[in-house]
Ligand binder design. Structure first.
Ligand code: GDP
Ligand code: ZN
Length: 453
């Protein structure tokens, strides 16, 4: 395999920039562009140690450099790796990369370092995908989940399910070969129990996919309600800064203001909408129209009400407009005397929280309510969750095959029929971990990576 090189730090100026080289000739390539102050060569030092020196090309020395040495197989890729750390100017890094290419390396493809790590058995496909997630994680929850994935938590879960299926399949095979010996484990009761356990595991895994996606992408959230109930104040409280204009006159928040905030580790992509009410002001009308379509398209609506006033007809119209969109009734201004009719709201919303956006109370309850409506409460992001649609599709195929196997068993079909389904399930799980997967799929996974990772 070629020795590859790429700039592994962002394509922008920074304090430090790194060119990573991986492959059989990594030290040879690095040795042609790097000279140490001590005179030592990379071949003379152990793995996980470094040399200080400078880098040069045909035109001379152009920067100081630390060369870190990693020996196969104890490196990220599993091959010999050298990381050259220089000053992080883009000009310098490109010059260094060109020098490495002149010295015999080829430019790495997107994700090629991680792809080699996968091909060399340093990680499975779910771990490689987690690397990608880890890089792009925006919130703590997403980062924790990605790290768990990279550590192989998801891999372990899938393997456990797969081992159970393999055990079932081998019992089935033994029975098929020696039917007269009456292999006891194949007694359909035991087999059924085994399959149901796997079915349960896969269902849990699949329900975790939504959590993974929520943590990664955030929840499209709309703060809505009639004017003056405190939407902008709530928005500001959540955002922790002055994003929308807060005034005590009705109808001033005309446009949609957006911000991503973290509520208990869940990224909410928030929009504060213009007051939802009938208006003749054309500018305001535009804002109202936009907010209606936003509410319909949202994944979550924080429906704000003013507890210091009786419910108005506009509030009721607003509630009717919510339709099926998951919504939380946020009854604001609970620092004031309550005059709102709670029973009507209770009949319309499953989740109700009382807050004072002005005083900043009730956020914890709001956070719990968000987890409840989005069904996030029961899933621990560090237990290994499905991240990508590729993973989800493979897990779905495995579950469908297990369901079919159980059906065949219950309908008294031949054990051959059951065996076929179990084998299908195993092959879907092998595809999930990347142990048995087509080159096309592998290419698709690494296509989304950046060069240098
Ligand atoms: P919006 O039109 O729904 O965005 O409402 P605003 O956020 O602009 O708030 C309208 C008025 O209600 C302002 O004077 C806020 O200070 C006030 N307000 C908002 N939240 C609270 C609260 O929790 N308690 C009290 N007492 N006043 C609030
Ligand atoms: Zn407002």
């Amino acid at each position: 395999m070629h020795t590859i090189a790429a700039i592994s730090t962002p394509q922008a100026s920074g304090g430090i920039g790194i060119v990573r080289i991986s492959g059989d000739n990594a030290r040879t390539v690095a040795g042609k562009v790097f000279s140490s102050v001590s005179g030592k060569k990379l071949d003379e030092i152990a793995g996980y140690t470094s040399l200080f020196g400078s880098v040069h090309d045909d035109e001379g020395t152009f920067d100081q450099c630390v060369a870190a040495n990693y020996r196969a197989p104890k490196s990220y890729t599993g091959e010999d790796v050298v990381e050259l750390s220089c000053h992080g100017g883009l000009y310098l890094l490109r010059r260094l990369l060109n020098a490495c290419i002149a010295a015999g390396a080829v430019l790495a493809q997107p994700g090629e370092f991680t792809r080699r790590a996968y091909l060399n058995g340093k990680m499975d496909l779910t771990q490689a995908e987690s690397v990608m997630e880890l890089i792009s994680a925006q919130g703590k929850g997403a980062a924790r989940a990605a790290r768990a994935g990279q550590e192989g938590r998801l891999h372990d879960k899938i393997c456990a399910a797969q081992e159970q299926l393999t055990a079932a399949a081998s019992h089935l095979a033994a029975w098929a070969d020696f039917p007269e010996e009456n292999v006891p484990e194949v007694e359909s009761g035991t087999l059924g129990t085994q399959l149901k356990e796997v079915q349960q595991k896969l269902r849990e895994l699949l329900s975790g996919f939504d959590t993974g996606r929520v943590l990664r992408e955030g929840v499209d959230t709309v703060i809505a309600g009639r004017p003056n109930v405190g939407k902008s104040t709530l928005m500001n409280l959540l955002a922790g800064c002055e994003k929308s204009i807060v005034t005590s006159y009705a109808g001033t928040t005309r446009d949609v203001v957006e911000d991503t905030v973290l509520l208990g580790g869940i990224p909410l992509r928030l929009a504060d909408t213009a007051g939802l009410r009938d208006t003749s002001d054309p500018v305001e009308q535009l804002g109202v129209l936009r907010s209606r379509s936003r509410v319909e398209a949202a994944q979550l609506v924080l429906a704000v009400f003013d507890s210091s006033e009786p419910l108005r007809e506009e509030d009721q119209q607003f509630i009717e407009m919510l339709g099926d969109t998951p919504a939380i009734a946020v009854i604001n201004k609970n620092d004031l005397q309550s005059r709102i009719d709670n029973s009507y709201i209770q009949s319309k919303f499953k989740q109700i929280v009382y807050i004072s956006a002005l005083q900043g109370s009730g956020l914890k309850e709001l956070q719990n309510a968000v987890q409840q409506v989005l069904h996030l409460q029961s899933i621990d992001p560090t237990s290994g969750v499905l991240f990508t649609q590729r993973q989800q599709a493979a897990a779905q195929r495995a579950l469908a095959a297990v369901n079919e196997a159980l059906e065949a068993l219950e309908n008294g079909m031949t054990l051959d029929a059951v065996t076929v389904c179990v084998e299908d399930a195993i092959s879907a799980l092998l595809e999930l971990t990347g142990e048995n997967v087509s080159e096309t799929v592998v290419n698709q996974v690494f296509e989304t990576f950046c060069v240098g990772k």
